[in-house]
Design a protein. Structure first.
Length: 326
């Protein structure tokens, strides 16, 4: 296997962050099969729609909505999709290939179980939506009037929604070594550069997310212009706690400054109950002031990130194409 070959090239204890990422993760792609609920009007329909405005149909862009997406049964289906995407992103790291993210190898089995559970949830939600299909089509007929076309609607909705997940290889294919050793080496270099970029993308994502959470919490803890307290929800602390756990699980320890900053933010809010922040003005001010210093450092890291990316890439790739692209 590719991973076995990689293990002979470097060990987890004596490797760069990019190599550790390459050794301990796998690529995972999630895709959705989804029924479209909007359809472009035909040229005749656009001409008809343009008449009241004395306009020409070919200069209009118009679509009709086939189903009421605010119906509770449809919202239940889309909620599953939202949960799938949120889960996928919460347990993976970004990768510079569209639709692909990196997952820790030791979490794949749990990931697969959860995805199968989502798949079952989606099938059940679509079955319930199908029970309301006649009702939804009747409502569409009333609302669309002459634009309604029965041919736009499939006989049933079951089977038209789906979730798929695969684990594509992102390594240089072995067959290329037999075909062209030179091309194989080029592909190996490209893969190495992509994992280096993945490390940097992970850093950026962690910095941006921590910055968003800290900024929002600081703003909520800071009194308004007239000294009034702002609404503060328990979820704000819960979201930070969730971020700390995600960082612990996915961090490849590529940036000691970021590691220290996350630890600092965690210590600031550790053991503090949301209600205590509501009741204690001095505690709110203290926490807000400490978080503001974290936010200031994060802002500096975001500003410096493009420059640091170029310097690191140039150093690791000897000024090659990857460095120029960044």
């Amino acid at each position: 296997m590719t991973m076995t070959l990689l293990h002979h090239n470097f060990s987890a204890n004596n490797s760069t962050p990019a190599q550790r990422l390459r050794l301990t993760t796998a690529a995972v792609r999630v895709s959705m099969r989804w029924l479209g609920v909007r359809k472009t009007l035909t040229p005749e329909q656009k001409n008809q729609a343009a008449e009241p405005f004395n306009a020409e149909g070919e200069y209009l862009s118009a679509r009709k909505k086939l189903l009421d997406t605010t119906h509770p049964a449809y919202k239940e289906v889309t909620a599953v999709r939202g949960n799938v995407l949120k889960f996928w992103k919460s347990v993976t790291l970004p990768f510079p290939e569209p639709g692909v993210r990196l997952i820790k190898q030791d979490t794949i089995e749990a990931f697969d179980r959860q995805m199968r559970d989502f798949q079952q949830q989606l099938e059940e939600a679509v079955a319930r939506l199908d029970d309301h299909y006649s009702e939804l089509k009747a409502a569409a007929r009333r609302r669309l009037g002459e634009l309604y076309d029965a041919n736009d609607y499939p006989p049933r909705l079951r089977g038209l929604f789906g979730i798929e997940w695969t684990y594509p290889s992102v390594e240089a294919p072995d067959y290329l070594l037999q075909l062209s050793p030179a091309l194989y080496e080029q592909e190996k270099a490209r893969v190495a550069a992509r994992f280096q970029e993945a490390v940097q993308l992970a850093e950026q994502a962690f910095i941006a997310e921590l910055g968003r959470l800290v900024s929002h919490l600081t703003e909520r803890l800071t009194a308004g212009p007239d000294g009034e307290k702002k609404v503060f929800r328990d979820s704000m602390i819960a979201n930070l706690t969730e971020f700390f756990e995600q960082f612990r699980q996915l961090n490849v320890h590529s940036n000691t400054e970021l590691d220290d900053l996350v630890g600092r933010a965690q210590r600031i809010v550790q053991g503090i109950e949301p209600q205590a922040l509501r009741d204690n003005s001095a505690l709110r001010q203290h926490v807000a002031a400490q978080l503001a210093t974290v936010q200031s450092t994060l802002d500096g890291m975001l500003i410096d990130q493009p420059r640091r990316r170029i310097v690191r890439s140039a150093h690791s790739n000897n000024g090659g194409p990857h460095a120029a692209r960044d």
